[in-house]
Design a protein around this ligand. Structure first.
Ligand code: NI
Length: 136
């Protein structure tokens, strides 16, 4: 089994906030991500598929097509968006954390991966934080 990873990037704004909590508690729990006037992150999404290379092309999945698929289905919708307000597949009442985003992205993307299996998503939020998801 061979694993192939395609990376796509997007920039987006968000705010982590629980409206039932005081300003102090929101700041204590979410830190700078609770900034009332939003803030942005430069995300990179690592999409790993697994399969057996085709005997003719040597591909598991054409990496160019995988990139286009990821952009069309996911990152074009997320890029330069406000994750709290703008994206149709992010529920309004869900905190747009890296952990929640990666599960939603999997649900969007997985049905479109044909001929091999989606193995892992890795969503990098900052140099020091990323989340991984394997579909369960
Ligand atoms: Ni943040």
């Amino acid at each position: 089994m061979v694993y192939l990873t395609r990376i796509e990037r997007f920039n987006a704004a968000h705010k982590l906030w629980v409206s039932e909590w005081s300003d102090e508690k929101n700041l204590e729990v979410f830190g700078k991500c609770a900034n009332k006037n939003w803030h942005g992150h430069n995300y990179s999404l690592h999409v790993t598929v697994k399969g057996v290379p085709d005997p003719v092309t040597g591909f598991i999945f054409d990496a160019k097509k995988l990139g286009k698929l990821v952009r069309d289905i996911v990152t074009d919708k997320l890029d330069h968006s406000n994750l709290n307000l703008d994206v149709d597949f992010i529920p309004e009442n869900l905190q747009p954390t890296t952990e929640n985003l990666i599960v939603l992205i999997w649900k969007e993307l997985e049905p479109h991966i044909k001929g091999c299996k989606l193995h892992r998503l890795k969503l990098v939020e900052t140099d020091t934080i990323y989340a991984e998801y394997f579909g369960e």
